[in-house]
Design a binder for this molecule. Structure first.
Ligand code: IPM
Ligand code: MN
Length: 358
């Protein structure tokens, strides 16, 4: 039996999570497995109900689960809430309390969608690389932080980018391990020409590399990397980087695939794991049944693989997605001339129907 905490959150997080749940149920039926799912509120939904973006019971539920699925949090309704009580705090608190330090964001262009990319199809053809983003450190969590008044008048806003040796070691090690299962190339991204924290980052990544002599390593500054991702994205295999740089580069990379609606993620720690589609809550399209559930569904595939070691099931889910796309079904964000437009729930049904026992 596998215990899954399900946290739909806000906006389209709820619609896409429904499709993820549909997928998990279907996998349970077809493969005779028991997935026990418990749902709870997070983000704005939790603020409205309990006055806090996440309550201790929900943290406990997540901590006791074998895997956590999260839809998305946030929306304009809570934009004026102070930063320590914003919906996003739920997500950051969850990541931190589960200590899921390694955020995997695979960037893969499905052949059917290559023409959807804003880049030329030949630049993104067969694109397949992995972003390994440090998720529980850096400027997102560093102290001192805050806004204070200055004696001279006005205010100062402060955040701190800080990385310690063990934090860099563990994320670098993950990146090299994943590279070993791929094309054995790691690109470490930093801003070592300006930031001391990046200088330490680079030094420690070089040290960790010594245990992985079979993996190639290069270093790039983040601005250069942002450019290379557009110029020649196929040069990358595994990109390892800090929390903030990873946040930015993964949205940029998502667009290479045609739509951020296609991008799944897994956040792994030593004893917990959290799965989320990379897109946010997209309040502008929420509740209209037009969101793309494929990122959520592909996050379920990652859950099968990384939390339950059900690698064949992960492939089955990915193949069901490929088949559905190949048959011409598209949500709004990836729609094309001559394709069959479907809504969020219908897309979930179509993929679920294509899950068959091997
Ligand atoms: C992401 C999101 C989050 C982040 C926000 C919602 C806090 O943008 O998962 O990439 O910045 O990590
Ligand atoms: Mn982001």
């Amino acid at each position: 039996m596998y215990k899954i905490a399900v946290l739909p959150g806000d906006g389209i997080g709820r619609e896409v999570t429904e499709q993820a749940v549909k997928m998990i149920r279907r996998l349970g039926e077809v493969f005779h497995l028991v997935f026990e799912m418990d749902e709870a509120l997070v983000g704005g939904a939790s603020i409205d109900r309990f006055g806090a973006p996440i309550v201790p019971e929900t943290l406990t539920l997540a901590q006791n689960a074998d895997a956590v699925f999260l839809g998305a949090v946030g929306g304009p309704k809570w934009d004026s809430v102070e930063i320590s009580k914003r919906p996003e705090k739920a997500l950051l608190g969850l990541r931190q309390s589960l200590d899921v330090f390694a955020n995997l964001r695979p960037i893969r262009v499905f052949p059917e969608l290559a023409s959807q990319s804003p880049l030329k199809a030949e630049v993104v053809k067969d694109l397949d690389f992995l972003i390994v983003r440090e998720l529980v450190g850096g400027i997102y969590f560093g102290t001192p932080r805050g806004v204070k008044s200055l004696p001279s008048g006005g205010e100062a806003g402060v955040n701190t980018e800080i990385y310690t040796t063990p934090e860099i070691e563990r994320i670098a090690k993950k990146a090299f391990e994943f590279a070993r299962r791929r094309r054995r190339k790691v690109t470490s991204v930093d801003k070592a020409n300006v930031l001391e924290s990046s200088q330490l980052w680079r030094k420690v990544v070089n040290q960790v590399r010594q245990s992985f002599p079979d993996v190639a390593l290069d270093h790039r500054y983040v601005d250069d990397c942002a450019m290379q991702l557009i110029r020649n994205p196929r040069q990358f295999d595994v990109i390892v980087t800090t929390n903030l740089f990873g946040d930015i580069l993964s949205d940029e990379s998502a667009m290479l695939t045609g739509s951020i609606g296609m991008l799944p993620s897994a956040s792994l720690g030593h004893s917990h794991a959290l799965y989320e589609p990379v897109h946010g809550s997209a309040p502008d399209i929420a509740g209209k049944d037009i969101a793309n559930p494929l990122a959520a569904i592909l996050s379920v595939a990652m859950m099968m693989q990384y939390s339950f070691n059900l690698i064949e099931l992960a492939r089955v889910v990915e193949q069901a997605v490929e088949k559905t796309l190949a048959e011409g079904y598209r949500t709004l964000d990836i729609d094309q001339e001559g394709m069959q437009r479907v809504g969020c729930s219908k897309m979930g049904d179509l993929v679920a129907q294509r899950i068959k026992n091997l």
